[in-house]
Design a protein around this ligand. Structure first.
Ligand code: ADP
Length: 477
């Protein structure tokens, strides 16, 4: 079985959010199961690969009225044999940002990602990697099945994974006229008056999945305007939910190169060292008993920051320390900068993107807060479990599928969960966590260790993906 991933992000080359972690870690898990997997992404500015990138093919694609001469370069994922093919077209991708700059999407986004989809279909001929299935991710690659269907010849099999339905790639019809799709194709991917890349992918992919079972159900009722077509595909058994996994080679407190002290479920003592160091580095009071609440997130509405803003003073009144790492909406950036100023020694805000600090906060915090409005899967709650950082989450999407409320009577559960999207419900859940942390250290430690021992690795999920590929390729399941 040969699979080609097509995506806009893949760590360590290009990362904005969870997509960048999922692409390489799923690819590696599949490779470990004997599936020949390769990844195709744009070559953004600064991407050189560990040992340089070897030129391995070229293609010319006519788009937006011009011939676009593209070079394909080959590199690989760190630790292993997964090849990564890079689409090198500097006019589109040699830029400071991945999707845009200063909060503004690049105006030629439709052309940039149409080029990625077209090039993906030409990749087999250019480099000799013939996939049984094109596994395309999110709206950036969602035109692959559309071009395939309208391109003449027998279309290849395509699986579309939706990592976040909030991003669809919607443009006025006239913006899509130079993309090389015939008018009937443009008609077919027009939804509510606009050309919609993701809608096109959902209609024309052979199978569609999202990144958790709960999200796959939720979006059939509340699907950002796409519920109807999602329900239709679900009704035919063609919309599935497969939970993301964690790459424990990257997220493991026993070996993590970014953290100050290593620790494990058997010997969690190092966690306190990380907390003490983080407090010192960020100017928080050196108090080992203050419950340290962490957040690491893109600062966007989806993540529940309106709840955090509304409840912030009441959260701090619980006697917590607070640390946030994130960038995004300037309204939230300003709020957290100011909040840190208002609570010297108790709140810190790192308004930046830092892999290193993400790992350090996971290792140092006692509690991880994720009050998302919606959450297709969410990775940080699973990282938190492994790092003994008890998650406090809203019961939505993948958060609901991975975090279970602590039950004091049976000493079960792995975190704290609230349902209603209101500040009071979030506060109540946070208070339950803080009360247990303060009131019963033995129970807290058992809760922590229970989470640390859970297995959210890719193995089971990768097997589910393999089943889908086999179903598509007509191979015995
Ligand atoms: P989403 O994909 O919606 O952003 P996920 O929880 O699935 O949410 O994945 C987010 C990923 O991005 C995690 O690996 C998280 O650690 C990382 N991340 C988000 N913001 C930052 C940041 N400012 N610095 C470092 N990592 C970040």
């Amino acid at each position: 079985m040969r699979i080609l991933f097509v995506a806009a992000e893949c760590a360590p080359f290009a990362k904005v959010g969870g997509l960048a972690d999922v692409v390489p870690s799923l690819a590696r898990a599949l490779r470990d199961m004997g599936v020949e997997t390769a990844v195709f992404i744009p070559r953004y500015r600064g991407v050189e690969g560990e040992t340089g990138l070897e030129r391995c093919g070229e293609m010319r694609i006519r788009l937006a009225g011009e011939e676009r001469p593209c070079v394909i370069r080959r590199g690989g994922l760190p630790r292993g044999e997964v090849p990564v093919y890079f689409l090198d077209y500097p006019p589109y991708f040699d830029r400071p940002g991945i999707y845009g700059e200063g909060g503004e999407e690049y105006p030629d986004s439709p052309e940039r990602f149409a080029l990625l989809s077209r090039a993906a279909l030409e990749l087999p001929a250019a480099v000799g990697f013939e996939p049984d299935v094109f596994h395309v991710h999110d709206w950036h690659a969602a035109l692959v099945p559309v071009y395939a269907r309208f391109g003449g010849g027998a279309p290849p099999k395509v699986l579309l994974t939706i990592h976040n339905l909030a991003y669809q790639g919607t443009y006025p019809r006239e913006r899509a006229e130079g993309l090389g799709l015939p008018p009937r194709a443009l008609d077919a991917i027009t939804h509510r008056g606009k050309v919609n890349f993701l809608y096109g992918g959902i209609v024309f992919a052979d199978l569609v999945n999202t990144v958790s079972p709960t999200y796959a159900r939720e979006i059939q009722d509340d699907g950002e305007g796409l519920e109807e077509v999602l329900r239709e595909r679900a009704g035919r058994g063609e919309l599935l939910g497969i939970l993301n996994g964690v790459d424990y080679e990257v997220w493991n407190p026993e070996t993590d190169p970014h953290i100050w002290a290593h620790y494990s479920a058997d010997d969690p003592a190092g966690k306190a060292v990380n907390k003490e160091r983080l407090q010192r580095e960020l100017g928080l009071s050196p108090d080992p008993d203050a419950p340290l609440v962490g957040m690491i997130s893109r600062l966007v509405d989806q993540k529940g920051f309106d709840l955090v803003m509304a409840a912030f003073e009441r959260m701090m009144a619980l006697g917590i320390q607070f640390v946030l790492l994130g960038t995004g909406d300037p309204v939230y950036e300003r709020f957290f900068r100011e909040a840190a100023g208002r609570y010297p020694g108790r709140a810190a805000a790192l308004i930046t993107f830092s892999e290193e600090w993400a790992h350090r906060i996971e290792a140092a915090a006692d509690i991880f807060l994720m009050p998302s409005k919606f959450e297709p899967c969410g990775l940080n709650q699973m990282y938190s479990l492994r790092y003994g950082t008890v998650p406090v989450v809203r019961a939505t999407g993948g958060l609901r599928d991975t975090v279970r409320e602590y039950d004091p009577t049976t000493d079960a559960g792995n975190g704290f969960v609230f349902r209603d999207y209101v500040p009071e419900a979030m506060l109540a859940a946070l208070k339950r966590a803080v009360d247990l942390y303060r009131g019963d250290r033995g129970a807290w430690r058992r809760l922590m260790v229970r989470g640390m021992r859970e297995d959210h690795s890719w193995e089971a999920s990768a097997r589910e993906y393999l089943r889908l590929y086999r179903r598509l390729a007509g191979a015995p399941g």
